[in-house]
Ligand binder design. Sequence first.
Ligand code: NI
Length: 376
Amino acid sequence: MTEQELRAFFEDLHRHPELGLEEHRTTEKIKQALAAAGVPMLDTGLETGVIAEIRGGRPGRVIGLRCDIDALPIQEETGLPYASCEPGKMHACGHDFHTACMLGAALLLWERRETLAGTVKIVFQPAEELAIDAGGKRVRLTGLLDDCAEFYGIHTYPQFEAGTIGIKAGPVMAAPDHFIMTIRGRGAHAAQPQKGVDPIPAMAALIMSLQTIVSRRVNPFANAVLTVAHVQAGSVYNVIPETALLEGTVRTLDPAVRQEIKTRLREMAEGTAAAYGCTLEYSYLDGPDAVINDAALCEAAKKVALDMGFRVDRQEDTMGGEDFSEYLKICPGVFIRIGTGGGYPAHHPRFRVDQNALWPAAGYFAALAAERAAER
Ligand code: NI
């Protein structure tokens, strides 16, 4: 495959974004491109997503490469000639770039398979954007990756221009959890509050008290975010509603801090609802774990990048979430940021990537995987 062909593959994916677990066309396109070159694929048993496997001609270790293939429910506003043809759907997180990049890496590794020491498994993961029950876990549970010694993941990075790679040891993405609460009172006429149980003051009190969990309960040297992002109660000015809904997210890097917040959140919600004479329906949905990059492997990944002429910078800290952590339950690894410029952040309707970053990134992941597979 040439650079031009890889760009065309990327643009085609960009035109036809598919949401999590619906990536049938995308899956078909990946399979066609791999099959056309003769690259073997493993039978995942999953409806979408692909795992390619390249066995080298010499002995070595098994290295995993991972990209995600799903898009977002966003209406594209880039005005690009290859903008999304699907109303309300867009590759606004660069997963089309990830997919094309790892396809390129797979084809490059396939070309050099005779001299390759070890095996490289390339994961085209579905449904990364589904916060709960996302695709990484489904792929991990196939067991097809259990023999991997190291895993490397890719993400586009608008903060760096093409030619720069972001590598940072330690935590780079948070564990994004989701809580949903319904405070149940008893509806009444707004003029006769004594005849009902108003859930709105309970909700208001709870929103304010929740702010003290991070500020008063969590060690100031730890990192945590608790955001209430969605509230809903009532629909007219003169009726006390039956229920009030409150929904948000908890972001942490450390499992102990995560558990502490979980405990306090529930305690505070139940206590506050009861104090106002209300009952509580509560659910807390665990997202994927935090992504922790292995320090020694970061050095190795950095060295390959520098040797190939990339600039290497430290990525900015973020409390965003990513299910690349699923693969880090199997073995250590590094989540790597590829500078793609473009001027807009991920998930923005004008998000775009600089395609000049694509071909070099494919070469980089191929070189990194080949070098790590040969490592003893
Ligand atoms: Ni993403």
